[in-house]
Design a protein around this ligand. Structure first.
Ligand SMILES: *Cc1c(COP(=O)(O)O)cnc(C)c1O
Length: 387
């Protein structure tokens, strides 16, 4: 009899999270209230950035970042092909053209080599931004990518929804994902599968006060209040959006953020258990390669499976795992192969992205998993692969 299926990821909502939302519902402001600023301040402190600007979701965070940089139609933005659609789409929202970078086939990450190769394909366009993605929680080589982007007249915008809590060290300097030390901005999402959840929700972090101010203005219709004007006066220099995150959801975010150390420790423990449990399945199954500087809080448990050597299709593995109560997901279909982008830019040859896609599978990973669940997943995978 099939039992419940472990999803590849899910939120952890506890009684005090619910109480925090109820309290926000009884307060004076449901949307732009004091909890927005409190959540932003706590988030900035958590990741070590000077400013944090809350917004409607991770896609809005990316769009706001493009607007804050004033990226213009026809300018270029470099995006890795292995990411969620939104990383590329945000460039199109402002009329910019996407140049897809390849990724390392073992880590799925944009590297200095794949960025250099993409830079060579920008052509005559003005390059404004490079958007590396900290896939599954392992971080990219930020100092080297920033140097390459800077040399081409562009800045980094980190798409960091997978990396909340991740740390890295370049040289002897310990850094937190989202501290925006090497980038203009970093973006986050609080979608239920991400490390903390608000339902829908997002955040942009930056150390640049000017960018933070622009993000806040564009987040709310492009409205500003001149300092010495009458109390009812607002001005709009350019149309913005309604990308605000309501007080109710900021209350949930603030409550969830307090649990980040516990959630992170649990994710680290589960990832370590997976390493041990999956080791006997090498070389058919390998955990995605970890860069030397990376000390991740994994958002996704990405493994690479040599389906060809195992003599099975991914579809049959996915189906058989599901029958054994193990949900999986694929992160991601290379964005450059989506019909819209293929139509716009033609067929691109990005062998690293294709090789990653051919083998990747994300196994269940979330704080609410039981210790035994890791063994259950590994045993199911072993059985399904006939090992
Ligand atoms: C989740 C995610 C997004 C989009 O976030 P939403 O809150 O769902 O809009 C963008 N990029 C990456 C890498 C993501 O994982």
């Amino acid at each position: 009899m099939p039992g419940p299926v472990l999803p590849y990821g899910r939120q952890t909502i506890e009684d005090d999270d619910i109480a925090a939302v109820v309290e926000a519902l009884r307060a004076d402001f449901l949307t732009t209230g004091p909890t927005v600023a409190a959540f932003e301040a706590a988030f900035a402190e958590t990741v070590g950035a000077r400013h944090a600007v809350a917004c409607a979701n991770g896609t809005a965070a990316l769009h706001l970042a493009m607007l804050a940089l004033d990226v213009q139609p026809g300018e270029a933005v470099i995006v890795p092909s292995i990411t969620f659609l939104a990383t590329a789409n945000c460039a199109r929202y402002v009329g910019a053209e996407v140049v897809f970078a390849d990724v390392d086939p073992h880590s799925g990450l944009m590297t200095p080599e794949t960025l250099a190769e993409a830079l060579a394909r920008v052509g005559g366009r003005k390059l404004r931004a490079v958007l590396p993605v900290h896939l599954r929680g392992d971080t990219v080589n930020l100092p080297e990518l920033a140097a390459l982007a800077g040399g081409a007249g562009a800045v980094l915008v980190e798409d960091a929804p997978h990396a909340l809590g991740s740390t890295m060290s370049f040289g002897n300097v310990a850094e937190r994902a989202g501290d925006a030390r090497h980038s203009a901005m970093a973006t986050f999402s609080f979608h239920p599968v991400k490390t903390i959840a608000t339902g829908e929700g997002g955040m942009v972090t930056t150390n640049d006060a000017g960018l933070a101010e622009r993000l806040r203005t564009v987040r709310s219709h492009g409205m500003t209040r001149p300092a010495d004007a009458d109390p009812w006066v607002y001005e709009m220099a350019e149309p913005g959006f309604n990308y605000r995150l309501p007080d109710i959801l900021c209350a949930l975010g603030l409550s969830q953020l307090k649990k980040l150390p516990r959630f992170a420790a649990r994710r680290r423990a589960l990832a370590a258990a997976y390493e041990t449990a999956l080791a006997p399945l090498a070389p058919i199954v390998r955990i995605a390669a970890r860069p030397a500087w990376s000390d991740p809080v994994l958002h996704l448990m990405c493994v690479l499976i040599d389906f060809q050597a195992a003599g099975v299709s991914r579809r049959s593995v996915v189906d058989a795992l599901r029958e054994r109560g193990v949900g999986t997901q694929v992160h991601y279909i290379p964005v450059h192969t989506q019909p819209y982008y293929r139509e716009r830019y033609g067929a691109l040859d990005l062998p690293g992205a294709n090789a990653w896609y051919d083998r990747c599978l994300s196994l269940p990973l979330y704080p609410g998993m039981a210790d035994e669940d890791v063994g259950r997943v590994a045993a199911a995978l072993r059985a399904v692969l006939g090992r």
